[in-house]
Design a protein around this ligand. Structure first.
Ligand code: PAF
Length: 295
């Protein structure tokens, strides 16, 4: 079926209710995005389509989560290509509202506060980013509520934005949102680079240099799987040996609290669940990546 584009919350509510009735459906999935879609988003959409009767993908570049106006202006907008990708995956509705639809009175006076989980890692270098992201996610989750006001409701988030995913899970649990958050694994290109809308800004040389991020993560993962000490220092040194890469952070954290677990793995084999987080600037482009550990 061709994808249907809606731009207002009222249209979204009417059309998703109509589709649920028409398909005699009982479940609705939401895939929140900022557009500039790639195979990672296709995987989110594919998972949502496989698990739900009606699927909505939102495309909204949220001004609230950008620090600098230039970054907001520079963010790629590729609506036609995005709609084609979503349609190919079988998404029913694309919700692409204007800024005035989402924030009719200008910036909201009341917002979600992300709290202590947002103080470090990405939050440390992007003050206010997660408050802005959670505020729009809260709104998008409400817009996407199944039109009949009942049925199973799921929303899909990529594991690549690990801190965002943890925060969304906490928000939904702490504030009792009636939605199941479904994490979707990172999609990588064959050479290991995690797919990101920002990869398009890398030169060929920078893209090659960026591979050191996933290599370093793999090294740590292999050590965890072999029940060896993780030796983060040598993996960190590998990243720092690449002249085009400026490392911001590289650490093993508890996936729920995002607190570092370094003591767990310096000299003894790693035990339990962890998440290895990395962020670095490659040329002018800030990239993030991560790998889960479970041993
Ligand atoms: O991950 C993103 O693309 C954005 O942060 C999200 C979740 C769509 C909110 O704007």
């Amino acid at each position: 079926m061709p994808i249907q584009l809606v731009t207002t919350a009222a249209q979204l509510r009417t059309e998703s209710a109509r589709l649920l009735t028409e398909k005699r459906g009982t479940s609705q999935g939401l895939v929140p995005t900022m557009g500039a879609l790639h195979e990672g988003h296709a995987q989110l959409a594919r998972t949502a389509v496989a698990e739900n009767d009606v699927v909505v993908a939102s495309i909204f570049v949220n001004p609230l989560q950008f620090g600098e106006a230039v970054d907001l202006d520079r963010y790629p907008r590729t609506l036609e290509a995005d709609l084609a990708l979503l349609e190919a995956e079988g998404v029913d509705l694309a919700f692409a509202p204007a800024v005035e639809e989402v924030y009719p009175g200008g910036e909201p006076l009341v917002r979600i506060t992300a709290g202590v989980l947002a103080d470090k890692w990405e939050g440390a270098s992007r003050p206010g980013h997660f408050d802005g992201a959670l505020t729009v996610v809260a709104k998008l989750l409400h817009y996407g509520l199944p039109g009949l006001g009942q049925g199973t409701y799921r929303a899909y988030f990529g594991q690549k934005d690990a801190q965002q995913l943890t925060l969304v899970q906490r928000m939904v649990a702490d504030l009792n949102f009636p939605v199941e958050i479904v994490p979707v694994p990172i999609v990588r290109s064959p050479d290991g680079l995690a797919l990101s809308s920002r990869n398009r800004f890398l030169s060929a040389e920078e893209r090659e240099a960026a591979l050191v991020l996933s290599r370093a993560l793999r090294l740590v993962e292999e050590r965890a799987n072999a029940h060896e000490p993780l030796d983060l220092d040598s993996a960190r040194a590998l990243v720092e040996s690449q002249p085009l890469v400026e490392l911001d952070y590289f650490d093993v954290v508890d996936p729920r609290t995002l607190e570092p677990l370094a003591e767990n793995c310096r000299e003894t084999p790693f035990r339990g669940e962890g998440l290895v987080l990395i962020a670095a600037k490659v040329g002018p482009v800030r990239l993030i990546d991560n790998v889960p550990l479970d041993s």
